[in-house]
Write a protein of this length. Structure first.
Length: 238
């Protein structure tokens, strides 16, 4: 179904045809015939073979960026990325003037100040145009992810996941399963799990008072989560 794409998505006109006009017209007709039900249209598209294609290219489609012969890798939108970081770390973003727990996707306009959202391409909404949003990489994005306050403060928050996991007495293996499912929607592969378990075990056997041991283990968890949340697998949808 994705092969009937219009680019930009809101520029529907005779002089900007879809990549597959027959499919696009069929989707339009199906949408009208079923009472303009948006949920049904979304379900139809998401259940299609084209939508579920792998992003791994082969010899015939490696240069295709238009006809959806493979899934086109793209970075998560600014609001989705910030909300995902909040969900994995367990530390929601506080927006001035809004209740605690308000998600970036729930913000009604762009007047809410957020350097993170601005850096990652949140559109100013001056024009009613999908092309106003940008996903172009920048130095500001790299600095926000690598050493910015947004992610670091979430990881070190007093009620963030590293502190909670230690309080609950979760095993290292269970912590890894939780984090991989939360960040990547999958369990860790054996080749990933063993070195990470070794690092966590090393932090667990540190000598000293219990509070010192907990602090060392918390820092180890923070470092591991930082590596996961700055990875390509987390930042990109593919």
């Amino acid at each position: 179904m994705g092969r009937g794409i219009v680019d930009p998505v809101d520029d529907v006109r005779a002089t900007n045809p879809a990549s597959n006009e027959e499919l696009f017209n069929a989707l339009c007709k199906d949408f009208v015939d079923h009472g303009f039900r948006v949920k049904r249209l979304i379900r139809t598209i998401m259940n299609s073979a084209a939508y579920q294609l792998s992003s791994e290219a082969n010899a015939t489609n490696q240069n295709d960026g238009k006809y959806y012969s493979k899934y086109i890798v793209k970075r998560l939108p600014a609001e989705v990325l910030l909300d995902a970081m909040s969900q994995v770390t367990g530390a929601p973003t506080q927006f001035a003037g809004y209740p605690a727990g308000t998600r970036a996707l729930e913000l009604p306009d762009t007047q809410v100040k957020s350097e993170f959202l601005a850096s990652f391409g949140r559109p100013p909404r001056i024009l009613c145009d999908a092309a106003e949003r940008t996903s172009a990489p920048s130095i500001a994005q790299a600095l926000h992810v690598i050493n910015g306050d947004t992610l670091n403060k979430k990881l070190t928050a007093p009620d963030a996941y590293p502190v909670l996991a230690i309080k609950l007495g979760l095993s290292d293996s269970k912590i890894l399963d939780h984090l991989f499912l939360s960040a990547y929607s999958r369990y860790p592969a054996e080749a990933e799990k063993q070195p990470m378990l070794a690092a966590l075990r090393k932090a667990r056997v540190t000598t000293g008072p219990p509070e010192v041991q907990r602090e060392v283990r918390r820092q180890a968890l923070e470092d591991m989560m930082w590596a996961m949340l700055t990875s390509k697998e987390f930042l990109f949808n593919y």
